[in-house]
Design a protein around this ligand. Structure first.
Ligand SMILES: N[C@@H](CCC(=O)N[C@@H](CS)C(=O)NCC(=O)O)C(=O)O
Length: 205
């Protein structure tokens, strides 16, 4: 049964809640976007399933884990394609996006400054382009401006959010990737997403 009330709890940032916010915004679903002040976290932590945010509250029941939440919402509101195979294609893109994030995260774990600089260089020059080429190829092959089928899915929202944040941090340049550029324009051209992006505050950029 579709939930009657939806609350999404997170800190006042994009972080791990933004994909779910974008999903809800894209489908025009009303929800309470609760931004917990850091000073309230110590007391709220115990009221979450695993002591972490984001948390989704549906009709009073609380669930954690950002990808599980986003996946549930996307399935509930029709952003997971129409067939099981569409779902496979959506998941394939999501996992590719997670691999890209892991590849970038490795650079933050290096302690030695020289080794860190070398790894950042390799990540930017070799690894990131490899992922961008995969995204470019998938988008070009599908030809609709979306990753799967002819309409927006969770795959699009996850990759859009990831690329937008990496571009803003100067980690990614999409100049050489026309299908990715068209894809970003396409997602940002979605009327609901466009309206949502206008409401973003300073902490969301
Ligand atoms: N695997 C979890 C990780 C959640 C997580 O790391 N949440 C962080 C914020 S991004 C958090 O709640 N930190 C506060 C704490 O652990 O006390 C998810 O994707 O939801």
């Amino acid at each position: 049964m579709a939930p009657t009330t939806i609350k999404l709890l997170y800190f006042d940032a994009r972080g791990r809640a933004e994909v779910s916010r974008l999903v809800l915004a894209a489908v025009g679903q009303q929800f309470e976007d609760i931004r917990l002040p850091r000073e309230k976290w110590a007391t709220e932590k115990a009221n979450t399933p695993f002591g972490q945010l984001p948390v989704l509250e549906i009709d009073g029941r609380r669930y954690a884990q950002s990808l599980a939440i986003a996946t549930y919402l996307a399935r509930e509101f029709g952003l997971y394609g129409t067939t099981n195979e569409d779902g496979l294609a959506v998941d394939q893109v999501i996992q590719l996006s997670i691999d890209l994030s892991s590849s970038i995260a490795r650079t933050h774990r290096k302690r030695d400054e020289t080794k860190k600089a070398e790894l950042v260089k390799k990540t930017q020059e070799v690894d990131v382009p490899k992922f961008l080429e995969f995204f470019e190829k998938l988008l070009h092959q599908n030809g609709s401006g979306y990753f799967v089928g002819a309409t927006l899915t969770l795959a699009d929202i996850i990759v859009y959010d990831q690329l937008d944040s990496l571009i803003k941090r100067g980690f990614v340049n999409t100049e050489m990737y026309p299908s990715i550029q068209a894809f970003i324009r396409n997602v940002e051209g979605n009327e609901n997403i466009k309206s949502y992006l206008k409401t973003r505050t300073e902490s969301d950029h």
